[in-house]
Write a protein that binds this ligand. Structure first.
Ligand SMILES: [Zn+2]
Length: 137
């Protein structure tokens, strides 16, 4: 599976900490200093209280597939299909859901509730992009 095809992300002041952590293999989201709510993707504003004092906080441990889809369309020449795209939530981080490709199992084996590890893979422009690893489907 090659995820280096496509358009690199546009890095903003709000997303720079996410991409810097991703380059180190760490998944970070925004945590509000006022109310403690965690948000993803980074927006620079709290989704709960609209506070603007946010700090990056790392997500660790396994996630759970909240939903998924399987892409069969070869959007770009050289893109290997099919592959599963999963939306993952984290039981200890309510409200945070992160999308990424799934590795470690065939796309037809993905289920809602599958357990996945946080991971990354090389993406367009040299960025590391979220790519989860199936632990239990
Ligand atoms: Zn808040």
């Amino acid at each position: 599976m090659d995820a280096t095809l496509g358009i690199p992300p546009a890095v903003t002041d709000e997303t720079a900490p996410f991409w810097a952590a991703a380059a180190e293999g760490r998944l970070v989201v925004e945590r509000c200093s006022t109310c403690g709510a965690e948000s993803f993707p980074p927006r620079g504003i709290c989704r709960e209280c609209r506070g603007r004092t946010l700090e990056p906080t790392e997500i660790t441990g396994c996630g759970v597939v909240y939903s998924y889809t399987v892409n069969y369309q070869r959007w770009l020449p050289g893109l290997e299909v099919p592959y599963a795209i999963v939306l993952v939530e984290f039981p200890s981080h309510p409200g945070v859901r992160v999308v990424g490709r799934l590795r470690g199992c065939p796309p037809e084996a993905v289920t809602i509730g599958a357990v996945v590890e946080i991971g990354f893979e090389p993406g367009p422009g040299g960025f590391s992009i979220p790519s989860f690893l199936a632990v239990r489907t």
